[in-house]
Design a protein around this ligand. Structure first.
Ligand SMILES: NC(=O)C1=CN([C@@H]2O[C@H](COP(=O)(O)OP(=O)(O)OC[C@H]3O[C@@H](n4cnc5c(N)ncnc54)[C@H](OP(=O)(O)O)[C@@H]3O)[C@@H](O)[C@H]2O)C=CC1
Ligand SMILES: O=C(O)[C@@H]1CCC=N1
Length: 266
């Protein structure tokens, strides 16, 4: 059967994307081929999703209609050399942090190339992805890439110059939010709640707040004002957050991740 979706690097994000695409029936397991150096990882993916697996990146690059690059940016150069004489014209989609279209197009000169930045909630269909097109991308390629990322959540098209900032915000963001949820739970435990209840409250509070903001279109500052009763509990908590530089810490985290994304691509 034709290999419609080839994945180089069957790690966290490779699995997140392929699992969702297979579960939604966009591809059958037999239409997906994944290369990964670790035999145990290959067996795991083959057993769990019914995909084809190989240790040879060239096999995937030769066979796939869409070639999905999900290796770390640090191994991109060696993989590019390995694939340099593969003759194919597949659509290449790279999710590598930082690696610019100029480098991707140099490595795959015959191919339409799309640089994308998804995030881990893609695993449950709640991802946020941004995509930018290279020079050889035609409308049908862009549509194909959008279909893939829409299957795992929301997609926005951005100029490539924005992708490092996207990486700092939505790409890395699940890490920041996970720490927020963990810290809220710890706060609950410190205030006397059992751990399991504290975690449930923290998780649903973050989820519900995001849902409320999304469905209502309300500005976050308005929501904050609605929660803060004069002389009440919330303003006492917010005063501590401001004292600790909470907003600034988050802004600096996004900026640091943005800078790191740029570094990884240079
Ligand atoms: N994690 C995230 O939240 C996000 C990550 N990304 C990007 O996705 C990419 C993958 O990240 P992530 O999934 O987290 O990383 P992982 O380390 O989980 O996945 C990378 C996979 O590639 C394998 N690999 C290593 N060397 C090679 C090689 N030469 N050929 C083929 N496969 C190889 C690794 O195997 P082994 O472990 O044995 O080395 C691993 O299974 C990165 O470029 C990252 O910037 C983008 C958005 C979000
Ligand atoms: O931490 C990283 O480098 C990757 C890119 C975005 C999320 N994880």
């Amino acid at each position: 059967m034709t290999i419609k979706f080839g994945v180089i690097g069957g790690g966290v994000m490779g699995e997140a994307l392929l699992s969702r695409l297979i579960n939604l029936g966009i591809y059958q397991g037999s239409q997906v081929l994944v290369s990964d150096p670790l035999p145990s990882r290959r067996s795991f993916l083959a057993e769990k999703y019914g995909v084809g697996v190989t240790g040879e990146n060239r096999e995937v690059a030769t066979a796939a209609e869409v070639l999905f690059l999900a290796i770390k940016p640090q191994v991109f150069a060696e993989v590019a050399i390995e694939l340099s004489d593969v003759s194919a014209s597949s659509l290449v989609i790279s999710i590598l942090a930082g690696v610019p279209l100029s480098k991707l197009e140099k490595a795959f000169p015959q191919h339409p190339v799309i640089r994308a930045m998804p995030n881990t909630p893609a695993t449950v269909g709640a991802g946020m992805s941004a995509i930018a097109s290279g020079k050889l991308v035609k409308p049908e390629h862009l549509e194909q890439a959008k279909r893939i990322f829409q299957a795992v959540g929301e997609v926005v098209e951005v100029p490539e110059t924005m992708l490092d900032a996207v990486t700092g915000l939505s790409g890395s963001g699940p890490g920041y939010v996970a720490i927020l949820i963990e810290a809220l739970s710890d706060g609950g435990v410190a205030a006397g709640l059992p751990r399991a209840i504290a975690f449930q409250l923290a998780l649903q509070t973050v989820f519900g707040t995001a849902q409320l903001l999304k469905e209502s279109g309300m500005h976050p500052a308005d929501l904050k004002d609605r929660v803060t009763s004069p002389g009440g509990t919330t303003i006492a908590g917010i005063a501590e957050l401001e004292k600790a530089g909470f907003r600034s810490a988050i802004i600096e985290a996004v900026k640091a991740a943005y800078r790191r994304s740029k570094e990884l691509g240079s």
